[in-house]
Design a protein. Structure first.
Length: 421
């Protein structure tokens, strides 16, 4: 096992770089291209003054990192969280490049973040912060340059403000500058559920691949935000038994399956999953180690680490979140023969439907929800098949296969375009 301090183990940039280096070595990647793809192309830091409700002025620090524009405009979400750091945004931007390449859509990778606690800010404060952040980045964004989307702490409303601010500066409505917008202002049907839907499709594919039956298949999900709740809803609809849900403020377990519809209603009413009487309240950390067929971390990075990996008891680990498993944990899970559906494949449904949204905005012609979902399902199935075949043919695990497939595609384009030096 590698000897890393917990701080080194949980640095998302180091985690990304370690997987990248490993895959690049396996690919025998040209040294020059290696250096080009290892580091982000552009990193922007902005300090955003915001007028707060009490009349004071607060200054927030924000980032936008564009890792690659080799295969198309930079693409990736914007995160509002107190834990945002440049290293985290860098890692997330690189993951977007690999993710878009795994599902073979014509985008590069980017990510943004603002250090703030959106739960403690009013709608007015969030709107002013979002508009000023957008204004600071105005010349770097655009449908052909860099297209943000929602991530943790941001939503459809945030995207509507970004679209409006950008449009005011451009003196015309530019819907294609962001994705994940409300449907009536250029959003795509199916976008909100898309990441969860993609998660459910790759779970189906993994079950088929491993010859397992959905009947009696127990699923535990960590996170009940957009990704976790939609994954839970769709998997329950497909006949899986969702036995556990963990959130930041508590966790629930019911061996017979949690009624997801009722839980969503409970959360809408009370603002939390806690206090839901049709399931047992359990420890949120321990829940991850309960027996289940599928475990879905769908919240944040570094959930499965050297501290708990040896106690994980699932057969399939489907990474709805970005970077939930550390490299040290990867080795432990490999010994336990856990089948991993890596983040850059498992949660790519969101950006895939973002791609559909961008396409629809640029055509000004919108598809039905069935059309969107059908196209998404096809891409997720094909990509799952590509990764699993790649792993078999090159005798590597699914995560390294996904990286190799992605790096190979981006390297090929980079060489084809040539380096402007
Ligand atoms: N934030 C999401 C992700 O990590 C979506 C990105 C997008 O749609 O551009 O994949």
């Amino acid at each position: 096992m590698q000897t890393l301090t917990l701080e080194q183990e949980t640095n998302p940039w180091e985690a990304q770089a370690a997987r990248f280096d490993f895959a690049a070595k396996k690919l025998n990647l040209d040294q020059g291209i290696w250096k080009v793809l290892r580091y982000p192309a552009r990193e922007l830091i902005v300090h955003i003054p915001v007028g707060m409700d009490d009349g004071s002025i607060e200054v927030f620090t924000g980032y936008r990192v564009q890792h690659s524009v080799a295969r198309g405009p930079a693409k990736g979400g914007i995160r509002y969280s107190p834990d945002v750091s440049l290293d985290e945004v860098r890692a997330l931007a690189s993951w977007m490049t690999w993710k878009c390449a795994v599902v073979n859509i014509p985008f590069g990778g980017a990510k943004g973040g603002v250090i703030c606690d959106p739960k403690k800010m009013s709608q007015g404060e969030l709107e002013r912060m979002t508009r000023r952040y957008t204004a600071e980045l105005i010349e770097f964004l655009g449908p052909e340059k860099d297209v943000p989307a929602p991530d943790m702490g941001t939503d459809e409303q945030t995207m509507a403000w970004i679209m409006d601010t950008y449009s005011m500066h451009m003196r015309q409505t530019v819907t294609a500058v962001v994705t994940g917008k409300p449907v009536n202002i250029g959003g795509s049907r199916g976008r909100k559920e898309a990441t969860g839907r993609g998660v459910s499709v790759v779970c189906d594919e993994a079950m088929k691949h491993l010859g397992m039956s959905i009947d009696g298949c127990r699923v535990i999900i960590q996170g009940f935000g957009n990704v976790g709740s939609n994954s839970a809803k769709l998997l329950a609809q497909k006949g899986y038994t969702v036995t556990g849900i963990a959130e930041y403020d508590g966790a629930l377990y019911n061996a017979d399956g949690i009624d997801i519809h009722a839980l969503i209603q409970h959360r809408q009413k009370t603002g939390t999953i806690t206090g839901f009487t049709e399931a047992e309240a359990v420890d949120k950390h321990e829940l991850l180690t309960y027996n289940c067929e599928i475990l879905i971390p769908a919240a944040t990075e570094n959930v499965i680490t050297s501290k708990n990996a040896d106690r994980i008891r699932c057969k399939i680990l489907c990474e709805g979140a970005n970077g939930p498993t550390t490299t040290v944990a990867d080795d432990i899970l490999a010994d336990k023969r856990v089948f991993i559906i890596p983040d850059i494949l498992a949660n790519a449904g969101g950006v895939t439907t973002s791609y559909f949204e961008w396409v629809q905005d640029r055509m000004g012609y919108f598809w039905t929800e069935d059309e969107v979902n059908q196209r998404l399902d096809n891409i997720m199935k094909e990509s799952f098949c590509d990764v699993v075949n790649y792993a078999r043919n090159h005798n590597v695990n699914n995560r390294i296969a996904a990286y190799m497939l992605a790096i190979d595609r981006v390297a090929y384009t980079t060489k084809q375009r040539g380096i402007y030096a």
